[in-house]
Design a binder for this molecule. Structure first.
Ligand code: AMP
Length: 719
């Protein structure tokens, strides 16, 4: 309800006439709603009499780009009879009064119609026609504004690196750096507790955005611009961390994200916001900085140490990237901790348990299952697996598909709405999904989602929990398949599991509980909080680090680490589920007379073809002594620390010359492929190829064509 400072309709039109047309009204307001937001207007004169009662939606905003007046143009969708009479008899007589959209009054600055403008799409939903008697609006003014705002590339601020190393004294916080949300916790008075966001939530959205004033904002403010400015809003970046731009996963997700994923200087995936490219380490660091600031505000002291959690399946590059992100956020990372282990700590810490548990972690974008054995203070991961493309978002998409099918059924046509409309449907789907965890029926109502024959159309569908179960039970079944794989990998059965611990927001879905009961024959534990467990576990480990009788964590390698073979096959050197810390060495010999260089190309993953796995790097040992082939021997050692960080060393036996982990991430997979002589026509090799593996180099590959390579390779691994 807005009370106008005018006593009569005539006074209103005299002073405010440039702001109103038959089709809409422009209102100045310090706080504006995003274009597309439905609104109901109740305009009163200064004496309290109603002059206009209308429902509509925000068509554009002004003053949000640092210039002009803050306000919004509201387009009427329906008006009551008295208002219609006022609009048709009085407003329509004004010079611009016939327009069917709200005017952009002089002096308020350019109008921003939301993301469809910058995407170059028409402002009206496609297929829109105008009703009879509603003359077409004169477009040139707004169209000019539109082009102007779309052409400008926002300038983004540089990332300012910390100038000093973090202080190693003071409290250590636990941080769950999540795909969707992040959470911080600390142990105080012997109890682990979550640190609340500025807005009072227990988590902070892991979202970063470049706002209209060209400032980087993190968390809730960033989330709130997701709808209006998706190209400048970065979410889900955790999936990109530590990955090469050309890697299979980045290629797969590049088109799904509306923001721009670019190639960093070392060939790694990076994010472009406005005119600047940010590394994933910087993006994560900005989220970590926000979390750190929250902690500092709440604790009233500087915080510069943290235990940060990562998914169990994170490879070596990704773990290194999180360490670096911590450093950039001014944090000394005391430990990188696997998320399932953190959840297990939240469940078992201080309880002296002797149990085998399964941590079922279904978050926004990924699913993980891990089996751990707890023996008092010892937490040992014995098996772990996951699916990086299975999470809450897939449940949302299943609902959106269903809603669009309902739309088709009701209207007999395909949904033609723009990205904002689709995002509004997705938001409504997610809200309904969460509500259906508590109740059995929920109305999904998205007003004015599109125009049908010029008339506004509301999407209005009642969704039942049973329908949701029907739509998503296949997804839940996939999670249980992964659980089964994790058990089978260790020769276990569901009956061998004492407790199932549920983590991740999507695990609240009652169907998950039901299927867990069916599969494991017992209900999941109620002992941990799905959103907080991982951060609390990290805080408990942080607390325990300083103690003599602290906890002992034993992890396993989430994915095999190995080397590329000529022809593009992958040979695992350290198998998946190998307990870490772990090490393995091989002695290899030169294959040519006078060979002075040796190269080891490293990958991590489970695929039989090297290029389908994640490229870790290339280790080059130069300056080998010239000698007849076979006489120069090199020991290659793979060492994986208790944080699953990899160190590879190659050492020549006679001279003692050594290279260590000097991974050349400049090599693109294409360059690596070229060196390995891989062509895409090479058929995939079976996973268990009985051919031994070993380091390769260009010259060696060349000799393969002469037939000597496989013998060389077999010597390489001593087989
Ligand atoms: P996380 O990554 O753990 O923060 O989980 C986020 C995911 O959990 C999102 O897809 C949410 O929609 C989903 N989620 C959060 N609360 C619920 C709930 N009560 N029922 C179902 N899903 C939920």
């Amino acid at each position: 309800m807005v009370k106008l400072p005018f006593a009569t309709p005539a006074e209103l039109l005299q002073k405010y006439g440039t702001n109103i047309s038959r089709g809409g009204i422009y209102l100045r307001s310090r706080t504006v709603k995003v274009p597309g937001t439905p609104v109901t207007l109740d305009l009163r004169l200064s004496g309290g009499e109603r002059i206009l009662h209308a429902s509509g939606h925000v068509l554009f905003v002004t003053g949000q780009q640092g210039q002009g007046v803050s306000g919004m143009g509201i387009r009427f969708i329906s008006v009551d009879a008295a208002s219609a009479s006022f609009l048709h008899s009085e407003v329509a007589t004004l010079p611009h009064g016939q327009a069917d959209t709200p005017p952009v009054p002089p002096g308020v600055g350019p109008a921003d119609y939301g993301p469809q403008a910058s995407a170059g799409a028409p402002r009206e939903p496609q297929g829109a026609t105008r009703g009879p008697g509603a003359p077409t609006v004169e477009g040139p003014r707004s169209a000019a504004v539109l082009v102007g705002s779309a052409a400008a590339t926002p300038s983004a601020p540089a990332f300012d690196e910390p100038t000093e190393a973090p202080d190693r004294t003071g409290p250590v916080i636990g941080i769950d750096l999540g795909t969707t949300n992040s959470c911080a916790a600390i142990v105080r008075g012997g109890k682990a507790q979550v640190l609340f966001s500025r807005e009072g939530y227990n988590t902070v959205p892991s979202i970063l955005a470049l706002n209209a004033r060209n400032r980087l904002v993190v968390g809730h403010p960033a989330k709130s611009q997701m709808l209006t400015n998706p190209r400048l809003t970065v979410y889900g970046a955790k999936r990109l961390v530590g990955r090469a731009y050309e890697s299979p996963i980045v290629r797969q997700i590049k088109d799904r994200f509306p923001y721009e994923i670019a190639q960093g200087p070392e060939g790694e995936a990076a994010v472009k916001l406005g005119d600047r490219v940010y590394s994933l380490q910087q993006i994560s660091a900005l989220v970590l900085r926000e979390v750190r600031e929250i902690a500092q505000n709440q604790l009233g002291q500087a915080v510069s140490r943290a235990v940060i959690t990562v998914p169990a399946y994170y490879n070596d590059n990704q773990r290194q990237a999180v360490r670096e992100a911590g450093r950039l956020a001014g944090l000394h990372v005391e430990r990188i901790l696997n998320e399932p282990t953190a959840a297990a700590l939240a469940y078992g810490y201080g309880r002296k348990l002797h149990q085998r548990i399964l941590v079922y972690d279904l978050g926004g974008g990924t699913f993980d299952a891990s089996v751990l054995e707890l023996a008092d203070t010892v937490y040992e991961v014995v098996s772990t697996s996951g699916d990086t493309f299975l999470g809450g978002i897939d449940f949302d998409n299943a609902i959106v598909e269903h809603l669009l099918a309902c739309f088709r059924e009701k209207t007999g046509r395909e949904f033609q709405g723009d990205r904002v409309a689709l995002q509004r449907i997705t938001d409504a789907a997610e809200r309904a999904k969460c509500a259906l965890s508590e109740r059995t029926e929920m109305r999904v109502h998205v007003p004015f989602v599109t125009l049908i024959d010029g008339q506004p159309f509301d999407l209005d569908v009642t969704l039942t929990r049973d329908t949701l179960v029907g739509l998503t039970s296949g997804l839940v079944d996939r999670t249980l398949q992964v659980c089964q794989e994790v058990l089978t990998a260790r020769g276990l059965t569901p009956a061998d599991i004492d407790e199932v611990i549920l983590v991740g927001g999507q695990s609240r879905f009652p169907l998950v509980h039901r299927k867990i009961v069916e599969h494991f024959g017992k209900p999941p534990s109620k002992g941990v909080h799905a959103d907080e467990a991982v951060a609390l576990g990290a805080a408990l480990l942080a607390h325990s680090l300083g103690q003599v009788d602290g906890v002992v964590l034993i992890d396993v390698l989430p994915m095999a680490i190995g080397v590329a073979l000529p022809g593009g096959r992958f040979k695992a050197v350290l198998e998946r589920n190998t307990a870490v810390p772990a090490s393995r060495s091989y002695t290899i010999a030169t294959s040519r007379d006078g060979q002075t260089e040796l190269e080891v190309v490293l990958f991590q993953g489970e695929h039989a073809r090297a290029q389908e796995n994640e490229y870790l790097g290339t280790l080059r040992l130069k300056g080998l002594p010239r000698a007849p082939r076979g006489q120069v021997q090199v020991t290659v050692s793979f060492e994986v620390s208790n944080e699953s960080l990899l160190k590879v060393t190659a050492r020549e036996k006679v001279t003692g010359r050594e290279v260590s982990s000097t991974f050349s991430t400049r090599d693109t997979p294409e360059a690596v492929k070229a060196r390995l002589g891989v062509s895409d026509s090479v058929p995939p090799a079976p996973v268990r190829t009985p051919v031994s593996a070993g380091p390769v180099r260009t010259a060696v590959v060349a000799s393969a064509t002469k037939g000597g390579l496989f013998g060389w390779l077999q010597r390489l691994l001593g087989r």
